[in-house]
Design a protein around this ligand. Sequence first.
Ligand SMILES: Nc1ncnc2c1ncn2[C@@H]1O[C@H](COP(=O)(O)OP(=O)(O)OP(=O)(O)O)[C@@H](O)[C@H]1O
Ligand SMILES: [Mg+2]
Length: 264
Amino acid sequence: MTAPRSTPESTPQILPLELDGVCFDAGGNRLIKDISLRFEPGLRTVVIGPNGAGKSLFLRLCHGLLRPTQGSVRWQLGSSAARHQAMVFQRPVMLRRSVTANIDYALKLRKVPRRDRADIIDRVLQQTGLRRHADQPARVLSIGEQQKLALARAWALQPQVLFLDEPTASLDPAATHGVEEIIQAIHDAGTRIIMTTHDLGQARRLADEVIFINRGRILERAPAERFFEAQENDLARAFVRGELLWWHKGKDNRKQIPKPKEDI
Ligand SMILES: Nc1ncnc2c1ncn2[C@@H]1O[C@H](COP(=O)(O)OP(=O)(O)OP(=O)(O)O)[C@@H](O)[C@H]1O
Ligand SMILES: [Mg+2]
């Protein structure tokens, strides 16, 4: 079965998204520093970088949950862009209602007519493998199932762009695989994916292009194949090798860390 296109042909495109000189300050610190870039339709972008680099802030600024302190975030379609995008968080919030009612509520908020909702819900439950949980309270689902429900809820909105912030952060390998398959299916149905992950394996599996952020700055943006073959930026290279901390301190102090005993 081929999934229906996320975006009906007649709907105007909200992409490209353009960030121009975007800065974000909080608590007296500049947390996002002068980001300018453009997202065209089509690809899957994976944003990587160390903890605290600004990945989540970056996604929130793109999605419009935060306003930049300086600079601008502009969608081609301007103010009506909000209804054609969705975001899934690391720990999705579920309403105290059934799985079906959680999706129904999201559709209602987007003013999808009641007569259309049942079909959409049935389709996304099928596509995410959640049909047998349809009538269960969402909050009794396992973390992995809840994450799938969050994806189903987002997919039901047929977004042109889907932002995902660490969608598999607390999942085991099997659940991670299931979520990655759903992300791939959402993309195949026509949705632009922009996501963060701390899992480099996942970045290799899902990314068409990689953005590396460190301390609020984008230091590298490259097609995934080229990025994983050879990072141009020194910090990106250190990060991919798992050495960023050592590099960061300005000296190679790895020798000070005792080696694990080989007989353990
Ligand atoms: N509202 C805020 N006020 C002050 N500091 C903030 C605020 N929000 C985020 N920060 C700080 O901004 C920095 C970037 O945060 P962000 O959550 O974007 O990092 P991240 O790259 O997503 O990290 P992680 O990999 O841990 O999720 C962090 O140092 C964080 O403490
Ligand atoms: Mg984060």
